[in-house]
Design a protein around this ligand. Sequence first.
Ligand SMILES: [Zn+2]
Length: 249
Amino acid sequence: MFTLNFKVDQKFLASYAIANCERHRFVDNASDSARGEVADFQNLAWDLSKDLYKLIDGRELIGDFALTSNLPYQDIGTKLDEYFDELIRSKEFGIISKSTEDAVLKIEDEWNRNYGFCSEYIKSLGINLDGDFTAFLVHPALKAGRYLGDNKILWSYRTDWPNYNTVYIWHEMLHSYFDRGDGSHAIIELITDEELRFRLNKEKYPPFVGHDFLEKIKAKGLPTWKKYLENPDKDIKQLIKDFEEYSPA
Ligand SMILES: [Zn+2]
């Protein structure tokens, strides 16, 4: 058994918005007003301190910053804390925070609606997820989706196709269960991006969605995967072994 909580962490929300200011980091179908409120926050953060902004978005190295600012490292931490505190008190942050909290409600609604169906399906594959998971939500105008480790997931609300959030949150959670190899990643995609999407939306595969670099492995492993779905005696470890052979070393 596992639990999943959706959470907005204020400093994480602020730092993610700061670190993702380039145009391609915005969701394609985000509205102008949603983009605008993130840009307003980014502009405020930039105006408040260009140095700390660049430190957070990775353009400035911490060693360079310590040298040029003449600050001991522990004071850099204090400076960052003060910077975030001031940002979080701003009207601009209040606006992006509200939009993110609204998105949490929509995601919880979608997740709970699909939960019974999806968890039965995952269990039927011989997979038992365990532990307490937390999905950290960031602003819905920004692209975000990654397994951070330690049962923590980065996510933002998406409407690219129906049940998109459900399919990909399962994908990210399964990263906690599988190793990091390409073969395992291809299995995760077949389980979620492809088969779960098919079961929820009746969209056939192939054509595949998901990462281009996994497409060859998925195509090679497709007959094995289809057989696995029908096998009453499922052994996920064997499936992983099979897929290791389909992925180039
Ligand atoms: Zn993945």
